[in-house]
Write a protein that binds this ligand. Structure first.
Ligand code: PGA
Length: 240
């Protein structure tokens, strides 16, 4: 497997003073293209000046036009952005993003040669009703519909109940669900070397356990990534 990845989803955080300090420390300690920062769009140009990877947290599915407030994948690519997260559960929950919107966004991103981090995962209710497999299968099939080449897609398994809660699945659970994701994708695509990352309450204490799951390509880190020292510790375990 190629070198692993650590994706920092900064969400809608950091004021300008905090961001300058954060960026200064990040560029001193984390200059590695396999560490990918996803700040808010307004900070993207500052992050692009550094050596690490840069991604956006969301894009729109049209390249340009009268879509006030949206982010163009074409413009993101042209300015130097390499990755985009698509289908994060916060987008699905707060902004009503459906699998079909996610599917359109993935197509638009791939058309513009952006690498996609596609988030899938079950809510607590779905988990309690033992529907995890069913939900993940539905998300994968619908979100990847009519997409022929998925070599630029990373799948992020992010159980919604683990996001921002300090609760994580066990190693066995992560292993079992990521294997399931791999099997579903194999039924849709032959000979694909699928890259799966885990996200949801990743921190410096649980990273050894998470990183020891077979075939995990890396992690998607939210809250803990706002603390550079935490992020450095996580990176040191994942990327040797
Ligand atoms: P968390 O967020 O690490 O704060 O749980 C992860 C995510 O939302 O991608």
């Amino acid at each position: 497997m190629e070198e692993k990845i650590v994706i920092a989803n900064l969400k809608m955080n950091l004021n300008i003073t905090e961001m300058s300090e954060y960026l200064k420390r990040a560029s001193e300690l984390l200059n590695d293209s396999q560490v990918v920062f996803c700040p808010t769009n307004i900070y993207i140009p500052y992050f692009l000046k550094k050596k690490f990877g840069v991604g956006v947290q969301n894009i729109y599915y049209e390249d340009n036009g009268a879509f006030t407030g949206e982010l163009s994948p074409l413009q993101a690519k042209q300015i130097g952005v390499e990755y985009t997260i698509i289908g994060h559960s916060e987008r699905r929950i707060y902004f009503d993003e459906t699998d079909s919107i996610v599917n359109k966004k993935i197509k638009a991103a791939l058309k513009n040669n952006l690498k996609v981090i596609l988030c899938v995962g079950e809510t607590k209710e779905e988990r309690d009703m033992l529907k995890t497999d069913k939900i993940i299968k539905r998300q994968l099939i619908n979100c990847l519909r009519d997409i022929e080449d998925i070599s630029n897609i990373i799948i992020a398994y992010e159980p919604v109940w683990a996001i921002g809660t300090s609760v994580t699945p066990t190693k066995k659970e992560i292993q079992s669900i990521t294997t399931y994701i791999g099997n579903i994708v194999k039924t849709l695509y032959e000979d694909i070397d699928l890259r799966i990352v885990y996200g949801g309450s990743v921190n410096s204490k649980n990273i050894e356990m998470i990183n020891s799951v077979d075939n995990i390509y890396g992690v998607l880190v939210g809250g803990a990534s706002l603390n550079i020292d935490e992020l450095v510790k996580i990176k040191e375990v994942v990327i040797k």
